[in-house]
Design a protein around this ligand. Structure first.
Ligand code: AMP
Ligand code: MG
Length: 330
């Protein structure tokens, strides 16, 4: 299968959603954010981005299920939030009613058969980074039989070139299984193929990890990287921009060892990044080397933590984790 049509629709949806998020970030006010039941933040941009992506997908693939992170719970008790979300979505998608927008947001929360074909959406991955005006990503992936076959990642604040800040920010990364991984600037059509780096000695590697201390064990990462002889300080950024950093060869390794033993990773936090790193020539697994299994529902129930590398370093990193397992909370 070629997935040309799916890729066109997915890129269009992510570009529109990225534009919406960038507009909100430029004019963010405190009323744009509320706390969800689990105490994590959600903003008008999360909900607007999810509406735009779901509406675009449903227009072209009305029979495809969509699994997305947010729902309209918070909107019912916040009139400002609701009005702002409708306004933001109307600016990106024409001729759409308020009721259709709310229905599109909740479309992504239905239960379904995860062994079939479905889309998964993280409308803003790294909402905490978004609020700090740092890194965040808009992530869309298509999953078939538990495997990611297509992924599109919008990274509005990501440097176009890792070592040349003067070249500006805003990237779109995408991959279709078997066809390689690509990057283009968010506002342009010219794409370039991307590849992981070719570092094979771990002491020459740099690794990336979550910015938020609660999302992974920085202590465990320090132990593992020191065992591998890595001396360069870690790169700490929010969201699936970490996968983009590995796929483009900015860094060689992404570590996400669990801080909380019982935490199960969410599919929308990894599906897109996973296919992009694979197609850039890298490898993604859990901390035991098992491929990520996207057929188990909203969570990666069959996996623990995540390791993404340039491929060459993968076994070395897994061995270092295994050798330290007795010290780690895993
Ligand atoms: P990151 O920016 O890489 O830290 O990833 C952000 C994602 O971390 C959010 O979308 C959450 O779904 C997820 N998350 C929330 N709590 C945890 C946790 N305790 N451990 C791992 N990931 C988490
Ligand atoms: Mg997320």
């Amino acid at each position: 299968m070629s997935y040309h049509f799916e890729l066109d629709v997915a890129i269009n949806a992510v570009v529109k959603a990225s534009r919406l998020c960038r507009d909100v970030q430029n004019s963010l006010v405190s009323r744009d954010t509320v706390e969800k039941k689990d105490h994590s933040p959600v903003t008008t941009a999360d909900l607007g981005s999810q509406a735009v992506i779901n509406l675009e997908l449903l227009q072209s693939f009305p029979n495809d299920p969509i699994i997305s992170e947010e729902d309209t719970d918070t909107l019912h008790s916040h009139d400002y939030l609701k009005g702002k979300v409708l306004e933001l979505v109307n600016a990106q998608v024409s001729n759409i009613s308020g009721a259709q927008i709310l229905e599109a947001i909740d479309y992504g929360t239905r239960e379904m058969d995860y062994k079939s074909r479905f889309w998964t959406v993280d409308p803003i991955d790294g909402t905490k980074g978004f609020l700090r005006k740092e890194q965040y990503a808009i992530a869309l992936a298509l999953v078939e039989d538990g495997q990611v076959v297509l992924g599109v990642l919008g990274c509005p604040n990501f440097l176009v070139h890792y070592d040349r800040p003067e070249d500006g920010r805003g990237c779109l990364f995408y991959a279709v299984k078997g066809d390689g991984a690509f990057m283009q600037e968010l506002n342009q059509d010219k794409r370039e193929r991307i590849h992981v780096d070719s570092i094979s000695h771990p002491q020459n590697a740099r690794f990336v990890e979550p910015f938020e201390k609660a999302h992974a064990s920085h202590t465990a990462h320090a132990q593992i990287s020191s065992a591998l002889g890595i001396t360069t300080p870690s790169y700490r950024i929010d969201s699936q921009c970490k996968y983009a950093a590995v796929a483009r060869g900015d860094v060689s390794v992404y570590l996400r060892l669990p801080k909380d033993k019982s935490y199960q990773e969410k599919i929308w936090d990894h599906a897109t990044g996973c296919v992009i790193v694979h197609e850039a020539g890298g490898r993604v697994s859990d901390i035991y080397g098992k491929p990520l299994d996207f057929s188990m529902g909203r969570k990666l129930q069959n996996n623990k933590g995540v390791v993404a590398t340039n491929g060459k370093l993968h076994e070395k990193v897994l061995n270092a984790i295994l050798a330290h397992a007795h010290h780690l909370a895993i």
